[in-house]
Design a protein around this ligand. Structure first.
Ligand code: NAD
Length: 351
């Protein structure tokens, strides 16, 4: 098991392995950068195939958070945590409190929040042991709560920007969108899309969640292994990462990929593959920044929900700028976003 030679290690500042025999907690907190502020990023609870897979994921996700926070203009660096759902994993209040103690031991260098497999209720348990946690229940008039609806709103604005750029259409009315994963983010995204008059196709490993989208949004259910390859206007990946690869890209029929999942590209080279295939790709950490904008407003305080929505809506024009720069330079959108993010972090680092 390696960290320093792991392909997703990117000079991370600190990686904390958290183990507690009494509760069965096994977790990793990765801090990629604190140049712009405390390393902020959600905690993912997942049944990883191996410890290596979890390390790879947390390193990659935390770097993505540095870039995401920089691009969203936040006073946050990048970090992420994973909790391993081992075969004998038993979620308990004591386990999440123990995780909170590990977060607290970093004395504010890392701020946690929800990611896949987590909930507001779990964040409240973590908050019993640390103040470095966001995504807590919303207080009236303040930003806060489950970040997923804000994430979904930002993705919706990003899809509008991508459709305007690629298809020269100012409305989503009558367009078709295939949504992979209708969990927290995918569900709210479907709601925005349905309200805008889009026709939906959905897939999820959880059949109840598929049924909810069918019932509420008249979505058409699609087989898990076919959702990415639908003949639709937009594919919106909202499940897990590494779904855009040398194997999958040649089979994609949509001309736009714009969704909320983190780390959609299996490798950076897949951005070039998408460009060569004529597919417009909305860089994941730019389009899905709505949740962390909400988290930042909650953590630093002082902004109401309306102001947060205004800042999340700016994701649309931000993406349009990336699309334009990519088109005029002939470079893939992921490279444009990476260089913009590195420039922001680099300038702050030397300031
Ligand atoms: P979630 O766990 O609520 O939803 C994910 C859904 O994907 C689940 O319903 C799951 O059953 C489904 N899924 C898993 N594998 C699948 C597969 N192979 N095919 C189809 N469906 C599959 O998580 P979420 O909070 O909605 O996050 C979704 C994605 O968005 C993740 O990649 C997450 O990192 C990213 N993201 C989330 C937020 C947020 O605010 N929650 C913010 C930014 C990015």
């Amino acid at each position: 098991m390696s960290v320093f030679s792991n392909s997703s290690f990117d000079d991370h500042e600190r990686v904390l392995f958290c183990s507690d025999a009494a509760t069965g907690l096994r977790a990793i907190i990765a801090i990629h950068s604190t140049v712009l502020g405390p390393a902020a990023g959600g905690c993912r609870q997942w049944a990883y195939a191996s410890e290596e897979a979890g390390i790879y994921d947390v390193l990659r996700l935390s770097r993505g958070m540095s870039y995401k926070n920089a691009m969203a203009g936040l006073r946050f660096g990048g970090g992420k945590a994973v909790i391993f759902k081992t075969p004998d994993f038993k979620p308990s209040e004591a386990l999440y409190e123990r995780f909170g103690e590990f977060v607290d031991s970093l004395q504010g260098e890392y701020v946690t929040a929800e990611d896949v497999g987590m909930s507001v209720a779990v964040m409240e348990m973590i908050a019993r042991r640390t103040k470095y946690v966001s995504g807590l229940p919303q207080r009236a008039g303040h930003a806060g709560g489950d970040p997923s609806p804000k994430t979904a709103f930002g993705i919706f604005k990003g899809i509008e920007a991508a459709v305007a750029f690629k298809l020269q259409k100012s409305s989503l009315q009558g367009l078709s969108v295939a949504v992979q994963g209708v969990g927290n983010v995918g569900y709210y995204l479907c709601r925005y899309l349905a309200e805008a008059g889009a026709n939906l196709r959905v897939a999820d490993i959880d059949e109840d969640r598929v049924q909810r989208a069918v019932d509420e949004f008249a979505a058409v259910p699609v087989a898990l292994d076919e959702i990415l390859y639908q003949d639709v206007d937009v594919v919106a990946p909202c499940a897990l990462g590494a779904i855009l690869s040398e194997q999958t890209i040649p089979k994609i029929r949509s001309s736009i990929i714009a969704g909320g999942a983190n780390n959609q590209l299996e490798t950076d080279a897949d951005g070039r593959r998408l460009l060569d295939a004529g597919i417009l790709y909305a860089p994941d950490y730019v389009i899905n920044g709505g949740g962390i904008i909400n988290v930042a407003s909650e953590f630093y305080g002082g902004e109401d929900d309306e102001e947060v929505m205004r800042r999340v809506a700016a994701i649309g024009p931000r993406l349009s700028g990336i699309f334009q720069e990519a088109a005029s330079s002939g470079r893939p959108t992921n490279e444009i976003a990476d260089s913009q993010a590195r420039r922001i972090i680099g300038e702050a680092g030397t300031a």
